[in-house]
Design a protein around this ligand. Structure first.
Ligand SMILES: CCCC[C@H](NC(=O)[C@H](Cc1ccccc1)NC(=O)N1CCOCC1)C(=O)N[C@@H](CC1CCCCC1)C(O)(O)C(F)(F)C(=O)NC
Length: 331
């Protein structure tokens, strides 16, 4: 059974994250979760989350679901790249997204969430779409929704069609030819340690020369921006009047009035161009003449991350066949 679900930007001003409606349990409880190819835990705000840590989020109450089963003796705890985190216990229950149902999905219920989750009322939890090897449940790691659903899909794939300041879609089990133009270029994926890791073939700034390079990075729907090697982002921001790498603001900022070039990255013999508007990420604060860049250095991260700023410029196929591959197409 294939499926399709909306990827809704949680903030109308800038694309910090996208959430997707899901239903859990019997009768169905609807929550809006952040589908994240950069992790592999499916966790939700729940009736086990202290009220002091819940601020407007919808919660999953397993005690109100006739199909919920406690996974006795199992716990989980996750820390994300931005320093946020959560932990708790585990149930299995019916889980449906876009018409695709998994009847015994591990649903990790939060007993603690960090303040950045408490303060983000639009995110009610995460659906990890990384490889199940990254799942943090102890003592037995659990399978992701995609791994559980794969065998019931026409094809073991899901696609991401994220959009700039608009609602996009995640499709499961099929490739919608109306969502892209030209050909899909498939690249090998390195599944160790469990991210959708691929190698880009280089980059160009604006309509400048293409620089062949091997840029190993992860395709990560759960990261707002895009983080690339210092020499790449230095050559990009070097083309922007007044751009500086600011310790104060924690990255490249520039005068909002400056003109930005586009950024092109290679995918095999093909390439994807990120429009300048996507890289003009946001004003530092409402009305500020200082703007924050959507392309930032990965040097302090230890990994290159092709986050939403890059992904929303493309139609991306996450192919869970054996071996897995990742497909990129213009749109
Ligand atoms: C510095 C590198 C970026 C780290 C990345 N976080 C981000 O990109 C967060 C996402 C966020 C959205 C809404 C509210 C709050 C935070 N945004 C963020 O740091 N910024 C700061 C810069 O301006 C844009 C917004 C991250 O940890 N992504 C996680 C998943 C997110 C965790 C926080 C909640 C939203 C999902 C990830 O799983 O994709 C990961 F791969 F990075 C990871 O940590 N895997 C273990």
């Amino acid at each position: 059974e294939n499926g399709s679900a909306a990827a809704i930007p949680i903030d109308p001003r800038f694309d910090i994250a996208y959430v997707t409606p899901v239903t859990i349990g019997t009768p169905p409880q609807t929550l809006y979760l952040d589908f994240d190819t950069g992790s592999s835990d499916l966790w939700v705000f729940s009736s086990h989350t202290p009220e002091s840590q819940v601020r407007g989020q919808r919660i999953y109450s397993p005690e109100k679901s006739s199909t919920a089963k406690l996974l006795a003796g199992h716990t989980w705890s996750i820390l994300y790249g931005d320093g946020s985190g959560s932990l708790g216990n585990v149930y299995t229950d019916n889980f449906t997204v876009g018409g695709v149902t998994v009847t015994s999905q591990a649903v990790q219920t939060a007993q603690q969430v960090s303040y950045s989750f408490t303060s983000q009322s639009e995110i009610h939890g995460l659906v990890g779409l990384g490889f199940s090897t990254l799942n943090t449940v102890f003592p037995n790691g659990q399978l992701t929704f995609f791994d559980n659903a794969k065998s019931t899909l026409d094809s073991p794939v899901f696609t991401a069609d994220l959009k700039w300041k608009k609602e996009g879609t995640y499709d499961f089990g099929f490739i919608d030819e109306t969502k892209y133009t030209g050909e899909i270029t498939y690249l090998p994926v390195q599944t160790d340690p469990g991210y959708w890791t691929f190698t880009s073939s280089g980059y160009a700034v604006g309509d400048g020369a293409f620089h062949p390079a091997s840029i190993v990075g992860i395709a990560d729907t759960g990261t707002s921006l895009t983080y690339l090697p210092a020499e790449v982002v230095t050559s990009y921001w070097g083309q922007v009047d007044g751009a500086v790498d600011s310790d104060y603001y924690g990255g490249y900022v520039f005068p909002c009035s400056s003109k930005l070039p586009s950024f092109t990255f290679g995918v095999g013999p093909a390439n994807i161009t990120i429009p300048a508007s996507y890289i003009n990420y946001a004003q530092i604060t409402e009305g500020s003449p200082v703007c924050f860049g959507g392309l930032q250095s990965s040097s302090w991260l230890g990994v290159n991350i092709w986050g939403d700023v890059a992904l929303k410029a493309a139609f991306v196929v996450f192919n869970g066949a054996n071996p897995p591959t990742i497909g990129w197409a213009k749109k």
